[in-house]
Design a protein around this ligand. Structure first.
Ligand SMILES: Cc1cc2nc3c(=O)[nH]c(=O)nc-3n(C[C@H](O)[C@H](O)[C@H](O)COP(=O)(O)OP(=O)(O)OC[C@H]3O[C@@H](n4cnc5c(N)ncnc54)[C@H](O)[C@@H]3O)c2cc1C
Length: 400
């Protein structure tokens, strides 16, 4: 089939690859001049195969008053109309049973994604700083550590190993923690979690698709609307005209909501704005990926650079860089590991996580014939990209 993929982020690039391997004739379109310039650009680089814990959880209810009063440093909420229905669904998800169920679903999807990435890399050896870095989720709180233990037990039942370790073992795994300036009670250690630069992956995968004749990748082209004929999607409208296809797959991240306007579809996706700082490594740069669960920040070593990422702001579709939030992120990082990197000369970035209330992405066909979705990956888009791409490609019929 002739398939148009809207969006050349990490999800769109992976989707194009698995569709092309399924012998579809693929065209990828993106409004940016280069692939990987959306949410995939400056993320924390974590292939977080073991830590799929959803944002919607019981703990979130405890944090809510602080967030609404602007006292939570890692999350900001500015009430707007689209946030209300999304927020209601999100709060409904904040029970232990629902959070566990979604976390387990994501765990299985992440395992599938790890296998799908391995098979892709056997075929297409891409350079994106990929390594099995391992991941430490650190906390100084007894309550958080007990929660980690409970989740580790749950994950073990699903075949995923996460070790709960004390501060001494943390130091043995990552010597840079010697310079950690906050008390460590313990951590969850995921030995098999990996890291890699999502933007480099996306860019090199798109190059691979082009040079191997697997797909056309057209950048600098906005999809203005989906085109329907007798109820079926027959292509997309771009500034240079109608591009026809047998199927359209929306991989447009946060842009997906705009594209389905006017169709009988409502996508429960809200932009959760996050920030990162990328800088040259400092004297105490960790090699293992470190998540500080108390401050909700991540330190990641990516292809010779150190990246600090975090914050989740509900401020609508605005993806501009707010200098106050950059300073806050820098402050949070400096509080615990000031010598991880030369953050005073860091490159700041902000991106919009396309988040669903449950944390589960929307993958597959829709009630509109010819229209498919692979969107809403929230805080785990890089982790899940290859898995959902493979899943989507399996669902697409070979012919109409
Ligand atoms: C601070 C931060 C840290 C993160 N850390 C991690 C992490 O460590 N691990 C992890 O797994 N995930 C992480 N994420 C989440 C991850 O980055 C996202 O889930 C993922 O990048 C989403 O990919 P995507 O391809 O769906 O969206 P995008 O990368 O945003 O790609 C969508 C593309 O669609 C294009 N587009 C949209 N509308 C149109 C249109 N009408 N016409 C043409 N093109 C269009 C856009 O230009 C864009 O290039 C993080 C996110 C943030 C913000």
């Amino acid at each position: 089939m002739r398939v148009i993929v809207i969006g050349a982020g990490v999800v769109g690039a992976a989707t194009a690859y698995f569709l092309a391997r399924g012998e579809h004739e693929v065209t990828v379109l993106d409004r940016h001049g280069r692939p990987g310039q959306g949410a995939s650009f400056g993320n924390a680089g974590q292939l977080s195969y073991s830590y799929t814990d959803t944002l919607a959880d019981v703990g979130m209810l405890r944090r809510l008053p602080g967030m609404l009063l602007g006292r939570d440093r890692s999350m900001r909420i500015q009430l707007d109309l689209p946030l209300l229905p999304w927020g209601v669904q999100f709060l409904w998800r904040c029970t232990r049973r629902r959070a566990d169920a979604a976390t387990v679903q994501l765990l299985h999807l992440a395992a599938r994604s790890a296998n799908a990435l391995e098979s892709l890399l056997k075929d297409a050896p891409l350079d994106f700083g990929y390594r099995a870095a391992g991941k430490l989720m650190i906390t100084g709180s007894g309550q958080t550590l007990a929660g980690l233990q409970r989740r580790a037990d749950l994950k073990r039942q699903h075949g995923v190993r996460v070790d709960i370790i004390d501060a001494k073992d943390c130091l043995a795994i990552e010597p840079a923690l010697e310079a950690w300036r906050s008390p460590i009670l313990g951590a969850a250690y995921a030995q098999n979690d990996s890291a890699g630069d999502a933007e480099s992956f996306t860019r090199s995968l798109c190059n691979y698709l082009i040079t191997h004749g697997l797909a056309r990748v057209i950048t600098g082209t906005e999809v203005q609307s989906l085109v329907r004929h007798r109820g079926r999607i027959i292509g997309v409208q771009t500034p240079s005209g109608l591009l026809e296809s047998d199927a359209v797959v929306i991989c447009a991240g946060i842009g997906a909501r705009q594209l389905v306007r006017g169709l009988p579809l409502c996508l429960p996706i809200y932009p959760l704005k996050g920030y990162s700082l990328t800088a040259a490594p400092g004297a105490h740069a960790p090699k293992v990926s470190l998540t500080d669960l108390d401050r909700r920040i991540v330190f990641a070593s990516l292809a010779g650079r150190m990246r600090l990422a975090g914050l989740a702001d509900c401020v609508g579709d605005d993806d501009s860089i707010d200098a106050r939030r950059v300073t806050e992120l820098m402050r949070l990082g400096s509080e615990v590991l000031p010598e991880a990197a030369h953050f005073d000369a860091a490159q700041p970035w902000a991106g919009l996580r396309p988040a669903t209330p449950s944390g589960l992405p929307l993958v597959g066909g829709t009630r509109v014939p010819g229209l498919f979705l692979n969107v809403g990956h929230g805080a785990l888009g890089w982790t899940l990209a290859c898995g959902t791409a493979q899943q989507l490609a399996e669902q697409l019929p070979k012919r109409i």
